[in-house]
Ligand binder design. Sequence first.
Ligand SMILES: Cc1cc2nc3c(=O)[nH]c(=O)nc-3n(C[C@H](O)[C@H](O)[C@H](O)COP(=O)(O)OP(=O)(O)OC[C@H]3O[C@@H](n4cnc5c(N)ncnc54)[C@H](O)[C@@H]3O)c2cc1C
Length: 342
Amino acid sequence: MRIRVIGAGAAGLTAAFELVRRARETGRDLALEVVEKAEKAGLGCSFYAGGMIAPWCEAESTEPIVARLGAEALDFWTRIVPVAEPRGSLVVAQKRDRSELVQFSRRTSHFEVLDRAGLAALEPDLGDNFDQALYFAEEAHLAPRAALAELVRLRSAEPNVVFRYGVDAATLADNCDWTLDCRGFAAKPDLSGLRGVKGEMMILRSADVKLSRPVRMLHPRHPVYIVPRPDGTFMVGATMIENEERARVTAQSLVELVNSAFAVHPAFAEAEVVETGSDVRPSFSDNLPRIKREGRRLYLNGLYRHGFLLSPALASRAARIVFDDAIFPEVMDEDRGQRRAS
Ligand SMILES: Cc1cc2nc3c(=O)[nH]c(=O)nc-3n(C[C@H](O)[C@H](O)[C@H](O)COP(=O)(O)OP(=O)(O)OC[C@H]3O[C@@H](n4cnc5c(N)ncnc54)[C@H](O)[C@@H]3O)c2cc1C
């Protein structure tokens, strides 16, 4: 079976990984090529992700399917491709925003409430600033760029897998048995309803801040999360803006991110700004992911702000559509429409 994956972001690389796995499990021959327009993998929207594998926290603002599919990512990123740190995640709010924490706890599960001492035991740096927190012990986090590099490394080692960089798939003949289109936002002209939701982030370095797990700080207007990276830096993110401007970080957004980071830990005021960046999250109107099938072409898209959280579930389903002729009404476009109609 000749298969082409277009796009080497979170969607394309997890799909490539799962295609090889399923081919092996079913004893099928596979010749796989991953075609990427950029000079290397992972430079699209996936480059800017925070990397929180937080299905239970995300349940606060999404439909239950996100937590259900996202739970699969915990197994994928901690056991199958073990690049994630299974250290849980924390949710805090300043005293004046205590009601936000109460609301968050009502809409989520799989957490325990920590008092100041409990929080300080986990994150000594936060004990002075917050007297309560929600601790989601089963969640994890990863460094997105390293995670994607690991997928490339694993699949580059396979004799039947070729990575082609600097190639626009539109220039290639359609001569494969299957094509998995994982172009993210670039697929907008072919996917009705796909839109971009702008996100801006920054990376800070501070020797005075010590955090071992992601921290979300709730706020009525400027919620923020901080994800520690293995190199001692911190990803601070992310804005959510309904426009499709890909690469411009505004002064206002930077001020908001810095102020929020400062509210989590005052030492961020002295931190070095290592990087700022922005892209648009490929999203459908309901912010849920889709596999759209057109003959022997599958579009894996709509990962919204859940690229690393949902791509493993989408990828494993895509591999089963290809090799087992399976159908998955919960994520497949046509069936979703039928279900809604009924
Ligand atoms: C600031 C920010 C923070 C985020 N935080 C998180 C987070 O904490 N957790 C999480 O799970 N998600 C997060 N996300 C969302 C996540 O980044 C996206 O959902 C995810 O990256 C989408 O992945 P993708 O593979 O669909 O798209 P992309 O990563 O954009 O990959 C698409 C690839 O296709 C390639 N391509 C396009 N056209 C062609 C062509 N014609 N030929 C060949 N190749 C082509 C592109 O070059 C690109 O490499 C965040 C996003 C942003 C912007």
